[in-house]
Write a protein of this length. Sequence first.
Lengths: 494, 312
Amino acid sequence: MPKTLSKSNPARELVFGDLWEFDPAPETADPKLKPRYDLFINGSFVPPRAGKYFATINPAHETKIADIALADASDVNSACIAAQKAFVSVWGKMPGKERGKYLYRIARLLQDHAREFAIAETLDGGKPIKESRDFDVPMAAAHFFYHAGWADKLEHLAPGRQIAPHGVVGQVIPWNFPLLMLAWKIAPALAAGNCVVLKPAESTSITALKFGEICQEAGLPNGVVNIVSGAAETGAAVIQHPLTMKVAFTGSTEVGKSLMRSLAGTDKKMTMELGGKAANIVFDDAPLDQAVEGIVNGIFFNQGHVCCAGSRLLVQESIADEVLAKLKRRIAVLRVGDPMDKNTDLGAINSREQLAKITDLVQIGVAEGAEKYDNGCKLPAKGFFFRPTIFTNVSMSHRIAREEIFGPVLSILTFRTPEEAIEKANNTPYGLSAGVWTDKGSRILKMSTLIKAGVVWANTYNKFDPTSPFGGYKESGFGREGGKQGLLDYLMVD
Amino acid sequence: MPAAKAPTSLRRLFDEIGTVDQVGIEERVATFTTRSLKKKSKVFGLRLAVSMVDLTTLEGKDTPGKVASLCQKALCPHDVGDIPPTAAVCVYPAMVKHARKHVGGTSVKIASVATAFPSGQAPLKTRLAEVRAAVKDGADEIDMVINRGAFLSGEFGRMQDEIAAVVEACGQATLKVILEVSELETYDNIRAASFLAMRVIRPGDFIKTSTGKTSSNATLGNNQVMLEAIRDHFLATGIPISMKPAGGIRTAKQALHFLIAVKETLGDEWLNNRRYRFGASALLNDLVRQLEKERTGAYQAPWNFSEATEGY
């Protein structure tokens, strides 16, 4: 088929033009935002002691959405004290069955407010509304439902052993999935009986602070959840505070390392979910159209702002040309633009800094001799946007094949044998995720054993579920989130 | 491409044309249903769909009178609103000459099922004679069924030879090859049968999902498998094959989802009724109803839309 014949007819192409252009289909519901967000401490919204606020902007229009409170060390201190008090007086001794009820209530409230949260998430973070609507918010609710079920069954996690909550846990989350990362962190912590001080990312605080309103509506006892917004110093204060017995961080490897350094010598429990440079490996017997779909989903989902993104495509040499042609045809119909439009596939890059970082690395890729291709689509005049981009002629030593770009940029490498694929897949400091595409079941099992990655997807990519543990090897971090394993990280086991 | 005479291994065919992952393709088609069409783009899609309908009646109780009513509906789907005629009417061979009286010489084509539709279980000679008779009576298009038994028993050569014989019997008439996907069951088989058929038909001939006479008919999933087969065949050979999903598409919304699949898989050159058709009957009035809603801003009562054949 095409494999051999298409080479002899290179000029033949399909036309993806504007014969049937889609009209704008904007989501218009009210996200119910406040002009100013205070800190959520001890069950109520309180202004920061120093009275400082910073603006959060809509990355699609570069307009200000709201003022966000900037918490300093003293605010973090009161949050930690409130959490400790709630742990000692209420939450730590509440029967699991009762804690579960609160978690179920939060899950249902998230579903009730789903549309509002989806719109707020898209406004603040730039991700397409179809993703926040169909993925982020439903998945956040699913995490609360799942962990609610565990709250009164914790003894089954470690049969025959004593388990107990840590007390206060400090959590710092990134900007790529603001509400979902909050759910990944808070749901297991609360189910296990801990109280929480959480710092959302600087550029995406709104849904976390809106979550404070959900906690109020659910009647969650004061101090069980505290949200302190701010910048890196705020996060460091949360992590280093003497009352936080366990800390959980999701973010870049660089920041993760510095936080770990600052905790040296303490006996705090840590889990780190850091960067990735995943290999998505396509063998010549794979169902190619579905593999291409998985490649697209792997790298362009959420504009590539995904730590487990399949940013290195390893494709078997014999089918490399065909896969590349299919991939180009597929990205020709990706729609980049207003994140609030229901037909948008790729929204805005989260911030000006991130856009600059992506642009830099892409330029470095070109300078190092890799061949760049993008879909050439029109970008909005204002806002932070980047075209879906693929690099061919990439070698393992190129920076675009080694560093996490965290944007819609795919590096394509080839391999000849399964051994070479494994070697290349593992030739990275990271080890968070990988994908394997083949029709052969035994090869899937072999590859998944030999690839050093926390998650290996077979004939699919970027699939998540609350029941499935997620986490990395090597510089991608340690500890797991989700499933039994993730929950155990929020408990002391004797 | 010459047809192989000996039974061919399906496995070897898959090595050549590739396989389909069921979970993956169903995820892909689910994304077509989340596209949101507003205003002008919606009207464009609805009008396009009307112009692609093969308005169909295939019942034992069909009469010349019912076919006349069908033809009138095809020529003028609604009395107001400037709605285009459908692409064709689709009837049994015995009804072709009656349809000819009403739509002969208009833009509406006469399609006739033939080859012992829907089972195809008649001697080849009989099936070919039926095709010739329908063409002689004035059919512009012939909808044939493949020999599923031959396909499933691995006799690909025989299956292809029979299609080639029908191509010859068609003469000038366009051929639509019905794979009857529900009897092939797997997406892999649908892809394989699509390739086998495409290799012996002419540019502009169709592959078609179903007869509409079995339990499951056209779905976004099997439509997508066939669109991707058409795309791969076109890119490999330059021969554009047309596509017709049939059966089970009853609402305007469904039809738009199918068209979005075409737009995103085969592109603009397939967004016309020479390259894409809907085999349907109830669909037409829902398309008209939605167009009237877009035109007037309100849904009209069902009795404002003339019945083609449903209900008779």
